[in-house]
Design a protein around this ligand. Sequence first.
Ligand code: ADP
Ligand code: MG
Length: 367
Amino acid sequence: AYAIYHSRWGMGLFAIHDDEDVAEVMGVPTYRYKLLAFGLSCFIAGLAGGVQAMFVTYVTVAETFSVVIAVDVVLMSILGGTRYWFGPALGAVIVTILTHALAGGQSAILNRALIGAILILVIVFLPGGVAGMVVRRRPRQAAPVTAEPVSPRAVSGGNAAPRSPGSLILSCSDVRKAFRGIQALAGVSLDVRAGEILGLVGPNGSGKSTLINVISGHYRLDGGRIVFGGDDIGGFDGHRVSALGLSRTYQIPRPFRRLTVLDNVAVAAMFGQTRLGRATAQRESQQWLEFTGLADKAVSLPDQLNLHQRKLLELARALASRPRLVLLDEVLAGLTPSEMADAARLIREIRDRGTTVVFVEHVMRVV
Ligand code: ADP
Ligand code: MG
């Protein structure tokens, strides 16, 4: 559990837990990761079952596969804390001790009722489980903010170098997408050239977000072709599109709710095109937070951010994978004029670092 918790796989699983769609678009191979997790869980359960069978020397369906056992296992995980590698083990110890302490005679039914009550109390008052409580009691180490002062310019250096300005980077032709009766996209064609900032304007409901969703692999397209940097990405899963260097933001921010702001960005840097190790990803992410002005929020949870900051977090995540092309969906909506000017400057700066920008907006002045 410790190894998985600290691995790329573990990070991916936490991201999947919080928002599977977003994880996929940020480059996490969600299907493979879930299948692996399922396989490993079955392996461990099978192993335990084998030991149990030899230990008790008989196995009956009624006892071995009773619902109570499944409930106990869930209780152990939730009570201990599912976000920490030692949580479920801690929960198992507590539940086992409680069960034995209360077992025997008349109290068997009482015991189950008590365990049920504990489960409810934990879910309501301790969403992080006992492990979460233990970890929170300890003063949070100010750790990840130890990034050496490298300028963010150096961070994006990787993709700024060789590119032919003006060459076609994204080409959509006759893209169609319908949601049952609603034809959201009917033959959209769009060419984006490397190094440009392209504004996409249109009234509400005209399909701008849908276009971004289709390009980034969030939705399957119904027809037409999407070519990105030479690859026909029309039928690609989100994580493959992301690996080619395309990232996007969501119009309504969709952060991973139970990861810190820093880790939200780190996920993008660990998957997607760059595939950095966790430590490097966190160091770089700190710089992206500085770039977007969120540095002092690194250890906060996304719930503690206001809308403007969440939009900036979306932006930081989109940039952290060092994309060649970034699709921004109304990052400026709802900002004050001065915030908007700042954001517009930020977008220009992104382009100057070698990332092509397509942004959806309906504030004409900015476009
Ligand atoms: P925009 O971003 O330009 O405001 P959208 O792309 O969000 O527009 O929506 C375009 C149209 O597609 C709207 O009529 C919307 O209701 C519809 N639409 C978008 N997503 C879905 C969905 N998941 N299911 C059904 N209809 C959708
Ligand atoms: Mg939209």
